[in-house]
Design a binder for this molecule. Structure first.
Ligand code: ATP
Ligand code: MG
Length: 775
């Protein structure tokens, strides 16, 4: 038949060659070839069943996974040049939906050129809704914690496919009626600002397909990887997308593993998998279930450890019996480290030892972190050891202040209509422009929009700078002039004759140099324990690399495939978006960032160690994997370890952390290194004592443990100073703290650790116990 089908095992083959009519569900553990099955099935559908690629929808978990799948398909389909895998409608659910909305959004009331609101936008708009409500007599607070609460409520509704008018009537009483009012006003704010939020991407397509199912009537098969991480809207979207075409009704292939469900915080429901079967069966659709038990990725030691972890789940779970295909077995290593710095240097040393000219490459190695902020110390040690690495950034990177600010400028450059982006830039950049003046400008924008939609902020600002405006001081007017000039120049650079990379680079540098972002953020952080100017610059440099290295989607494929349907009106801009690919790239980059699609910089040619969050490692594999910082409060993270007074909630949170750990360890093919530390050193948060994670309570014989990191006095001192600083602020670092031993109430233990007496601690104002271990 086909080579790629012959290469599969019997069960995989059954799934791949199953009738394309009806539903195929593959529920199986990590490394059993689920993604391989999806890829092969796509190829099989195109080749054997002759489905046109543009009629096949493939939902992957990350943009990177989509790219990889297209690359793999290109190899499989090489003997068949007539089939172009690039035409598949493939990507994350969110990006597929945005593409559909860019085409048909008009049918659900969207304006052309709509933008995706990020979390900052969303919270800003909720605040506005609350302010309006407070003015009309509602008893609401604008506290951050309340804004967060409303944000979570709205998101949960949206993930259940409920717009304000669809929230069940019984839930509209009391406190909920307030929530619902916030939700309603928030939706109005979104519309007014021509933005949609993260959840809307899905919800609006859901609505679109409910009313205009023929839009996507060409779809002949829908395939979904990592199905355990879908929510209710996604479950229904799959049903809708596959539901219109009479001859191909509900042809769906979904694969996943409930044990790897780690997106409950985005309202994913692992039960979807079990639900899916009934969902389709009840509607008379045939469902074929396939189980896979052969694991092709990891050694049996790694699998035993993974299975042991999962057996501790509080929730009921079916035991898995995965057979390791690999025989060569090296024990899992655990490093017990004195400090996080010692941990980082141990990792660096281990990497150095492992990499060989004709053997293990840097790109065979990954360091998987529970949260992005943990990378700082590890990066420092890798730099120190001269080891090449790349960081695949998680959410925390994109939420840094300097990134957010520069992103706002980029948004202003990319669109004339982005009031939210513009307003934050103005607020940041133009001195003498108060909230009142900002409101005046916004009113102009709204008025313009009421007349001819959509409004154009850039032109309004240009006019103010030229002619002035009532209510805007001369100083503010001059500031606005400078700001307009900045944006204008940035656009010129973007549209210049230089090559694409240079255009983007120069535009970016211009913004950084003329916006004061670096100096202001630096100043803001002076009094807090924060980043130095170099670090802020390095972060922005990283943002620049991400932008330059971003892969442009060459053409709008949907446009080709569905050309006959109504199109969105094209927005009036003061510049021509089609004039340069770098501008198009900037626009797509912004969308991608706000969809939280893990992005990765350029430079694919050099082999590098990957540092990423566990969430970003979904579906991937490396021969060597490090999972560091396995400390209580880090992994499992603090929100799961602190008692919330509700056993069920605590257990659910811990289960999610455990599944996260399960995902992490099952990324490893040959070698797995787990580690923890007892002390933090030069760390972003102030709790000096860390306990070994409960995930490291493993039966003897399953792992090899090695102690590491014996400190010299300077390190001890610096650790001490760090802790002092963390606990007391910079004032504590006076000359009296020259050496730890000189302090009264501070003594050295036989093992070299430093102990501080209770009275001393009290005097130092330290509530928490402090123990400084000798490294
Ligand atoms: P995860 O749950 O982590 O996403 P998965 O089930 O999707 O894992 P894949 O990534 O598809 O697993 O496959 C894991 C590894 O096993 C890959 O390197 C893949 O090439 C290999 N593999 C899968 N099936 C086979 C097979 N039949 N023969 C040889 N190698 C295979
Ligand atoms: Mg997979």
């Amino acid at each position: 038949m086909y080579q790629f089908v012959d290469d599969l095992n019997e069960h995989q083959r059954a799934a791949v060659t199953a009738s394309p009519n009806g539903v195929v569900l593959v529920l199986a553990g990590p490394g059993t070839g689920k993604t391989k099955v999806i890829t092969a099935r796509v190829a099989y559908l195109l080749l054997h069943h002759k489905l046109p690629p543009q009629d096949v929808v493939v939902a992957t978990f990350t943009k990177k996974a989509a790219n990889e799948m297209v690359e793999r398909l290109a190899v499989l389909l090489q003997p068949y040049p007539e089939i172009d895998a690039k035409k598949l409608l493939i990507g994350t659910f969110h990006s597929i939906c945005v593409r559909i909305l860019r085409k048909y959004g008009g049918l659900v009331g969207l304006n052309a050129g709509f933008k995706i609101a990020d979390e900052t936008d969303a919270k800003q708009l909720i605040k506005r809704a609350l302010r309006a409500m407070a003015q009309s007599g509602f008893d609401v607070s604008l506290k951050d914690s309340d804004v967060k609460k409303y944000r979570a409520y709205i998101s949960a509704c949206k993930n259940k496919a409920q717009l304000p008018d669809q929230v069940p009537v019984s839930k509209k009483a009391g406190d909920l009626s307030t929530k619902l009012e916030v939700y309603t006003l928030y939706q109005e704010e979104l519309a007014r600002n021509n933005v949609i939020d993260f959840d809307d991407c899905l919800l609006l397509v859901h609505k679109l397909l409910a009313h205009h199912p023929s839009c996507m009537g060409r779809v002949k098969h829908v395939l979904v990887d990592e199905f355990q991480d879908t929510n209710k809207v996604q479950l229904e979207l799959v049903y809708q997308l596959s539901g219109y075409n009479e001859n191909y009704k509900h042809n769906v292939t979904a694969v996943g593993d409930p044990d790897q469900s780690i997106y409950a915080f985005r309202n994913a429901e692992a039960e979807n998998f079990y639900r899916m079967e009934d969902y389709y069966r009840d509607k008379g659709v045939a469902v074929l279930k396939v189980a896979l038990t052969q694991n092709y990725r990891s050694t049996s030691n790694i699998l035993t450890l993974a299975e042991h972890l999962m057996n501790q789940q509080f929730a009921r779970r079916e035991q898995k019996y995965l057979h390791a295909h690999k025989k060569d077995d090296i024990p899992v290593q655990v490093f017990a480290c004195a400090t996080n710095k010692a941990e980082a240097s141990k990792i660096a040393a281990t990497i150095k030892q492992a990499v060989k000219p004709n053997g293990t490459q840097y790109s065979d190695i990954a360091i998987l972190l529970r949260s992005g902020f943990l990378s700082r110390v590890i990066e420092q040690e890798l730099i120190h050891a001269n080891l090449p690495y790349q960081v695949v950034h998680g959410r925390s990177f994109w939420e840094r202040r300097e990134i957010r600010l520069v992103m706002d400028y980029l948004r202003a450059v990319a669109s004339d209509m982005d009031w939210l982006g513009y307003s934050r830039c103005l607020d940041f950049q133009v001195s003498g422009l108060g909230a009142k003046s900002l409101l005046l400008i916004e009113e102009q924008f709204s008025a313009q929009r009421a007349r001819s939609q959509p409004g154009n902020v850039y032109v309004i600002l240009e006019n103010i700078a030229r002619d002035g405006m009532k209510g805007i001081t001369a100083k503010a007017r001059a500031g606005i002039g400078e700001f307009v000039a900045l944006i204008k120049k940035a656009r010129e650079l973007l549209l210049s004759d230089a090559d694409e990379q240079e255009q983007l680079e120069k535009m970016f540098d211009h913004i950084v140099q003329h916006s004061r972002v670096v100096s202001v953020v630096n100043e803001e952080r002076m009094d807090k324990k924060g980043d130095s100017q170099e670090e802020i610059e390095a972060t922005l440099n990283e943002l620049k690399n991400q932008l330059i290295g971003f892969n442009l989607q060459e053409e709008d494929l949907l446009q080709d495939a569905y050309a006959e349907e109504d199109e969105l009106e094209v927005a009036e801009q003061s510049f021509d978006l089609t004039a340069s690919t770098s501008l198009e790239k900037l626009t797509q980059f912004l969308d991608s960032v706000y969809l939280y699609e893990e992005t990765k910089g350029a430079e694919k040619t050099v082999s590098k160690v990957t540092i990423t969050t566990v969430h970003g490692s979904k579906g991937l594999e490396w021969p060597i994997v490090f999972v560091p910082s396995l400390c209580e409060g880090i992994f499992p993270s603090q929100h799961a370890t602190s008692d919330v007074g509700d056993t069920a909630k605590n257990e659910a949170a811990l289960d999610e952390e455990r599944r996260c750990m399960y995902v992490a360890v099952t990324r490893a093919k040959e070698r797995l290194y787990l580690s923890y530390f007892r002390e933090t050193l030069g760390f972003g948060f102030g709790d000096p004592i860390k306990r070994k994670s409960r995930f490291l309570n493993l039966p003897k014989g399953l792992v090899q443990v090695a102690e590491t990191g014996v400190a010299s006095t300077p390190n001890l001192l610096s650790s001490f100073q760090q802790n002092m600083k963390l606990n007391m602020g910079p004032l504590a670092l006076g000359s009296g703290f020259q050496t730890a031993s000189r302090l009264t109430g501070v003594s050295r233990l036989p093992d070299g650790a430093v102990k501080i007496s209770k009275p001393r601690k009290k005097r130092l104002g330290m509530g928490r116990p402090l123990r400084l271990t000798k490294k």
